[in-house]
Design a protein around this ligand. Structure first.
Ligand code: LLP
Length: 416
């Protein structure tokens, strides 16, 4: 459930008419709803109330400092994948003791930064990474808390680009080698082995693969305990899908309860989750203006002022996101349009074959744009990235100003 709805035929974000936002801040424009973010976070957190747990929001989904600050105030933890994301969490007021650091390629500088911040844990993906963290920790006279990311080899049945738990993927440590690598980690003097983690993919719409992965991890946890290596947390990653069109993913409550049920009797193991999309996607929309309506020989095009640089998911993953009018016109006739941007590429589209009743100058809203939206935006075609707005009931916060051209060539130099 989210807080974007029509009132008197006009789309509102909570209590704010989004027409007013477009008029004041221009388009394309990302608009987030604080109440929706909070509701989604609570759905996870409340479902796990009976088990020791930590929700570590996956910062990559939407790393705007305004968004992070809302979640930090709820007491959220954070899953980061770079020194940059760590810096954002610090800036947003996040609690360092609730930060887990994922990713296959952590640099020595990033490891040092995170060690100095005393984060909760490094989610380690390989033996060379173990050695590197051990070296950096030794140099700093610290002991690094680590977890090993296990590749459980389950098929997440999602888009191949966002499926991560199969043997063929670059992520994690093969299940068969887990005990050996844990033994190595345990023997390294500057490491404290505290956890096990996995992440099998994103936009999963079924609990089955999550539960299968967890079963495999729990079997390993028991095997490890038999060898005298006791861990204190289990991190099941993120990946819960959302409804973009007609997907029917489990509710976060159902998902979290299915996972928590497997953890019964294991109260000594804190359960960590790293949801990104399920918290942020439907807490955001992207507003765009129709510049021209063009009737081609075979197709009609709505040429809008947002493009693949602003929202790349449709172009990159053939992702479908709802496109709705900001003002409903029940009196107008609908036609079928490809909603396309101004970038010089055929792949530059936001949606294809959409039934819309539009005219040039109209505003459209692309739904489910709160996750992997702005964060994946670029400046391709020397386009300024959009502003981002956070609505909180009837209050509007500019959480990121629109870029201006000078921002785009900052640091570039011409030859004389
Ligand atoms: N934890 C780890 C280690 C991850 O790699 C990811 C996402 C998450 C958590 C959060 O997953 P979520 O709950 O958001 O599914 N750009 C793609 C999605 C890439 C996801 C990468 N990893 C998209 O737009 O669909």
């Amino acid at each position: 459930m989210d807080y974007f709805s029509y009132k008197h035929h006009t789309l509102h974000a909570e209590d704010v008419n989004v027409n007013d936002l477009a008029n004041q801040y221009g388009t394309p424009l990302y608009v987030y709803s604080r109440a929706t973010l909070e509701r989604h976070w609570h759905a996870f957190n409340d479902a796990l109330a009976d088990h020791p747990h930590l929700i570590c929001y996956a910062v990559k989904a939407n790393s705007n400092i305004g968004v992070l600050s809302v979640l930090a105030k709820l007491g959220s933890g954070f899953d980061i994948v770079s020194g940059g994301e760590l810096a954002r969490v610090i800036e947003a007021g996040g609690d360092m003791s609730k930060v887990v650091f994922s990713g296959v390629g952590k640099t020595p500088e990033e490891i040092e930064f995170a060690l100095n911040q005393n984060i909760h844990c490094f989610n380690v993906e390989s033996e060379p990474e173990l050695e590197r963290i051990n070296d950096v920790a030794g140099r700093l006279g610290k002991v690094a808390p680590i977890s090993l990311r296990i590749n459980p080899d389950v098929d997440a049945k999602t888009h191949p680009y966002i499926s991560t738990g199969l043997k063929a993927n670059k992520f994690g440590i093969a299940r068969e080698r887990a005990i050996e690598v844990y033994t190595l980690a345990h023997s390294l003097p500057n490491l404290n082995v505290i956890g096990m983690d996995c992440h099998i993919g994103s936009q999963l719409t079924d609990t089955g693969p999550f539960v299968d992965a967890l079963d495999r991890l729990l079997a390993l946890v028991d095997e490890l305990a038999g060898k005298g290596i006791e861990i204190s947390h289990l991190d099941v990653g993120g990946g819960l899908g959302v409804t973009y069109k007609d997907e029917t993913p489990p509710h976060p409550r159902e998902y979290a309860q299915a996972i928590a049920a497997k953890m019964k009797g294991r109260e000594h193991l804190t359960l960590i989750m790293e949801p990104g999309r399920a918290i942020a996607a439907n807490a955001g929309i992207m507003l765009t203006k129709v510049e021209f309506v063009k009737s081609g020989e075979e197709k009609n095009f709505a040429i809008v002022d947002a493009a693949m640089n602003d929202l790349i998911r449709p172009s990159l993953y053939s992702a479908w996101q709802a496109i709705i009018p900001v003002t409903e016109h029940p009196d107008r006739e609908t036609h079928t349009y490809d909603v396309v941007g101004p970038i010089c590429e055929t792949g530059d589209f936001i949606g294809k074959d959409r039934e819309l009743a539009i005219a040039s100058g109209d505003l459209l809203a692309v739904r489910s744009a709160g996750a992997y939206g702005f964060v994946m935006a670029s400046n391709y075609n020397t386009r300024c990235r959009p502003a981002e707005i956070m609505v909180d009931k009837n209050t509007v916060h500019v959480v990121r100003e629109r870029e201006i051209l000078k921002d785009l060539w900052k640091g570039e130099h011409k030859l004389t």
